[in-house]
Design a protein around this ligand. Structure first.
Ligand code: DGL
Length: 276
């Protein structure tokens, strides 16, 4: 069991920010990633659609025999919560690990949350923060333009389009004096520099991918599922759109030095599996 892969999925390539951290935290683990690049974005879709897509994504990873599933997607983690109860292997989304890190980080009790419209509408991070500490004041903002900016390579902190968009979305939270900001979508760490430049050094940014990688390592440790081999793990990536598209953008999320093997999976195949 311990040599089986960890399964990670996202609506697109944002979840690779979690994979990058997983490779750092658990270098010996095998990883299978599925990015539903043919159907991204999820964050502007209805709850019903997001739940169906999430189930299909998880089923694909289960068909690969994974020992743990990580929904490295703020939207799926916020909306498809019944996945937690329904899977034959351990599962984590990004909400609990990220909210826990934010509660630990804040000193002034003012936490900002940014995510996709579906994530913010669900108030998932807010509910989890208040469950842990009801004295905290939470500010939420949906940032739908961040995902297409990142997917299209508008990521430089010097780019005026990025700067303007950051300012438009974050000015109210800045004025409210937050000292901690949850990057509640796995695409957002890619523009963390622009966000940090705007908010200033006094605001701690919480990266959902990083916190979730640490949390997943704990789950595996507690369940005796860690791969104790001495060799480096292997990562295999599947996408529902073209592999060429994946190759163009993946470096931005994974970091240039990562070697990878990528393959296409037909989204029709995922749909048929859920219907049968
Ligand atoms: N990576 C997804 C998330 O974390 C955002 C992209 C999307 O809207 O599908 O919410």
């Amino acid at each position: 069991m311990s040599e089986q892969a960890i399964g990670v999925f996202d609506s697109g390539l944002g979840g690779l920010t979690a994979v990058k951290e997983l490779i750092k935290v658990l270098p010996q683990e095998n990883i299978i990633y599925f990015g539903d690049t043919a159907r991204v974005p999820y964050g502007t879709r209805s709850d019903k659609t997001i739940k169906v897509y999430a189930r299909q994504d998880a089923d694909f990873l289960l068909s690969k025999g994974v020992k743990l599933i990580i929904a490295a997607c703020g939207t799926v983690s916020s909306v498809a919560t019944e996945l937690y109860e329904d899977l034959p292997v351990p599962f984590t989304g990004v909400v609990i690990p990220t909210a826990t890190a934010a509660v630990r980080a804040t000193k002034n009790g003012r936490i900002g949350i940014i995510g996709t419209p579906a994530t913010v509408k669900s108030s998932s991070y807010k509910k989890e923060i208040l469950r842990q500490d009801d004295r905290i004041t939470v500010y939420q903002q949906a940032c739908p333009l961040f995902v297409p900016l990142v997917e299209n390579g508008f990521i430089s902190a010097d780019d005026p389009i990025v700067q303007l968009t950051v300012e438009r979305y974050l000015s109210e939270m800045k004025a409210a004096g937050i000292d901690t900001l949850i990057l509640g979508c796995t695409h957002f760490p890619i523009i963390a520099e622009a966000i940090s430049n705007y908010l200033g050094k006094g605001v701690t940014l919480i990266d959902s991918g990083k916190e979730t990688a640490l949390y997943a390592a704990n789950i595996l440790g507690n369940k005796g599922l860690l791969n104790n081999s001495n060799t480096l793990g292997n990562c295999k990536y599947y996408v529902s759109d073209t592999v060429e598209g994946f190759r163009k953008t993946a470096d931005v999320f994974l970091g240039k030095s990562v070697e990878y093997e990528a393959a296409h999976i037909n989204v029709e195949h995922l749909i048929k599996k859920t219907q049968s």
